[in-house]
Design a protein around this ligand. Structure first.
Ligand code: URA
Length: 453
């Protein structure tokens, strides 16, 4: 049997000294870890060696492939159309999935997306959608097929046996300060995307105060690695690199973000959220071969928004999965006990809204979870009446806090003011989208924006 002569001690020493693993060695490690034959202290020692020594591209590919093979894979081959997926490395107020997915479905692409409950400052997509009364992720396989055929849009819970090696590795990385390793992040994200079975994958790799990656250059390196991994796995793939200095759009918090997504699809959109959602749907349409080029893809996505087809898809999808959309359509969807307006302490331009600080205050209001079993409050959060760069007068409403109690709202209002900078001059304009990493190379914003008309 391959790997029978291997010893974990030797693998740790090899990586410590800068050696390169082959497929048998990586398989031996992951199989042994999952079977309990390799103790956690040896896996974590190896993770730390990888953290310092890195992995070559070939090793990263082998690791990704071994993680994919460690569990189930979703087989979407029997479903109609081109299956598309998107993934964001995580941002504050990032509800683009809720806008771009219905637009892609309205264009005729098939979106079957897995979503797990997430840990973090605000909820994941599944948590946000659970703010819709009755909505459920757990749907039987026959419904998945029917919904994919009829509506082209399905959201399902993550199979408990999808990439089990990643679950174990991630839990250990989280406890041993080894999360921040480019090859480990790339293998972790891409193994899940590859196992989820889509033909087309569009990534949104975020950088800045509210993101994993500190700057555009590190985001680009991560994106280039992930795009290579996707291509090697036979997928059509591209990544947008996007700034996460300020929250995306106006809402941060679960029900508030669903409301903002519905508003966006009804044509009342914040410009940054609209641009990124259309760009993501356009990239999917282009990679799927539905649009001849990115420009056509963008125009098609915009039409699907303007003619209401995206909004209808969104409602249909929520209803098909048990959601009661009456309040989302007619109002009354936002039901926090306390709503507090936050007034601008002085006039000027809103120069910065610190995404990380907003995320922390929204988590303190109860919108995010620290442990998977924590209950979250769907109704709490922040609605930014003003976005970065906008002018405002003293006393004008800057934001609205949705909270469980007046005391919590007051505390959050103070934290929000501390997250905002108001000054006399407008902030230097920095594009939301820094560029795109594609299999044909990097496209800077200056080029990309010509297609986003
Ligand atoms: N998200 C993941 O899924 N994995 C990582 O390693 C980091 C972020």
């Amino acid at each position: 049997m391959a790997g029978q002569d291997l010893v974990m001690f030797d693998l740790i020493a090899k990586k410590r000294d800068g050696g390169e693993f082959d497929a048998a060695e990586i398989d031996f490690w992951l199989r042994g870890m999952l079977a309990g034959a390799i103790p956690d202290y040896q896996t974590t020692a190896l993770l730390m060696a990888i953290y310092f020594r890195g992995l070559t591209e070939r090793e990263t590919f082998l690791l990704t492939d071994a993680i994919v093979r460690s569990g189930d894979r979703l087989d979407l081959s029997e479903l109609p159309g081109c299956k598309v997926d998107k993934h964001s490395t995580g941002g504050v107020g990032d509800k683009t999935t809720l806008v771009a997915m219905p637009l892609a479905a309205a264009l005729g692409l098939t979106v079957v997306k897995m979503s797990g409950r997430s840990l973090g400052k605000t909820g994941g997509t599944a948590d946000k959608l659970e703010a819709v009364p009755g909505f459920r992720l757990n749907i039987p396989p026959e419904q998945l097929r029917r919904q994919a055929e009829q509506d082209r849009l399905v959201l399902i819970s993550q199979s408990s046996n999808l990439t089990p090696a990643d679950k174990r590795l991630y839990a250990l990385r989280d406890l041993t300060a080894t999360v921040d390793s480019l090859p480990l992040i790339a293998a972790s994200v891409m193994s899940k995307k590859i196992a989820a079975g889509a033909d087309v994958i569009v990534l949104d790799v975020k950088f800045g105060r509210g993101a994993f990656m500190p700057d555009a250059e590190s985001a680009r390196r991560l994106a280039e690695l992930m795009v290579k991994l996707g291509r090697q796995a036979g997928r059509k793939i591209a990544a947008l690199l996007t700034s996460m200095e300020a929250p995306l759009g106006r809402a941060v918090g679960n029900a508030l973000e669903v409301w903002e997504a519905a508003e966006t699809l009804r044509g009342n959109a914040a410009p940054d959220l609209l641009l990124l959602s259309l760009a993501l749907a356009a990239e999917q349409a282009y990679l799927a071969g539905l649009a001849e080029n990115r420009r056509d893809g963008f125009a098609m996505a915009r039409r699907a928004l303007e003619n209401g087809a995206g909004y209808q898809k969104f409602l249909r999808f929520l209803q098909a999965q048990g959601g009661d959309t009456a309040a989302l359509e007619q109002g009354g969807f936002l039901r926090a006990k306390t709503v507090l307006d936050v007034a601008a302490p002085r006039g000027g331009y809103l120069r910065a809204v610190d995404a990380a600080k907003v995320a922390t205050l929204v988590q303190r209001l109860g919108a995010g979870r620290l442990k998977l079993e924590d209950e979250i409050d769907y109704q709490v959060g922040v609605w930014l009446e003003k976005q970065c760069g906008e002018k405002l007068a003293a006393g004008e409403t800057l934001a609205r806090i949705y909270a469980e109690s007046p005391a919590q709202a007051a505390e959050a209002a103070e934290a929000l003011l501390a997250a905002c900078q108001i000054g006399e001059k407008p902030p230097a304009a920095a594009p939301l989208i820094y560029g795109a990493v594609t299999t044909a190379g990097f496209i800077p914003w200056a080029e990309l924006q010509k297609d986003y008309q």
